[in-house]
Design a protein around this ligand. Structure first.
Ligand SMILES: Cc1ncc(C[n+]2csc(CCOP(=O)(O)OP(=O)(O)O)c2C)c(N)n1
Length: 204
């Protein structure tokens, strides 16, 4: 028997990245920072409605959570969200231990698990069907980590994270759809706009 069928992830609903991202963005009322990972997570963040507090990672996989950690530590009064693909998180699993150790109270991470590297041709990730990313997060010390059973549960877990006294990780299983939009590929512009949005740059 394939033991992968026993992982909690396999019992959760397959959802859609853009829909979940839109649900998250609809909840934002307090200039929360949102860091999108390379490719589809930031394309859907852009498509859900650009905000000055959004940062769109270009080029390197696995940096959404580390960048969000830095923002959360630098601005502890601001809620910070990070959206990352499963393949990208696999590039940077050590960040989970670092985040668990530094334990910012204001950080909510979402891993969008489609089991593939969608944007480069849908190759299966090595974790697909054998590893449970939420179980890895728990074992890394992130005790508030869970799979969202469906869209309502995702929204509940987001709300719950706001009241949590430590970092939260939410795993969502998603379909194989590509991202909805396309971020303008100008890293300096993205960085400057984000820093302005966080109030750490003065307008020119
Ligand atoms: C270090 C590194 N290796 C490989 C790539 C090429 N690459 C860009 S996005 C991507 C796949 C991302 O997969 P995932 O994070 O699961 O997101 P998805 O495309 O499935 O939404 C790959 C392999 C890269 N940009 N950086």
């Amino acid at each position: 028997m394939n033991t992968a069928t026993k992982t909690p992830a396999r019992n959760t609903k397959v959802m859609n990245r853009f829909d979940l991202t839109s649900r998250l963005v609809a909840k934002l009322k307090n200039e929360e920072a949102v860091v999108g990972g390379i490719g589809n997570t930031n394309f859907d963040l852009w498509a859900a409605g650009h905000r000055p507090q959004n940062f769109y990672m270009l080029g390197s996989m696995g940096l959404a959570f580390p960048i969000a950690l830095g923002v959360a530590l630098a601005q502890p009064k601001r809620r910070v969200f990070a959206l990352e693909g499963d393949g990208s998180l696999l590039m940077q699993l050590g960040s989970l231990s670092t985040i668990a150790t530094l334990a910012p109270k204001n950080l909510t991470m979402v891993v969008m698990d489609n089991g593939i590297y969608q944007i480069t041709g849908a190759q299966p990730t090595p974790a697909a069907a054998v590893s449970d990313l939420v179980a890895i997060a728990v074992a890394s010390g992130l005790r508030s980590s869970s799979w969202a059973a469906d869209e309502d549960d995702f929204e509940r877990l987001i709300d719950q994270s706001l009241a949590s006294d430590g970092p939260t990780l939410i795993g969502v299983r998603i379909d194989d759809k590509p991202g909805t939009g396309a971020t303008r590929r100008d890293p300096v512009h993205i960085r400057e706009r984000f820093m302005l949005g966080l109030g750490v740059r003065q307008p020119l």
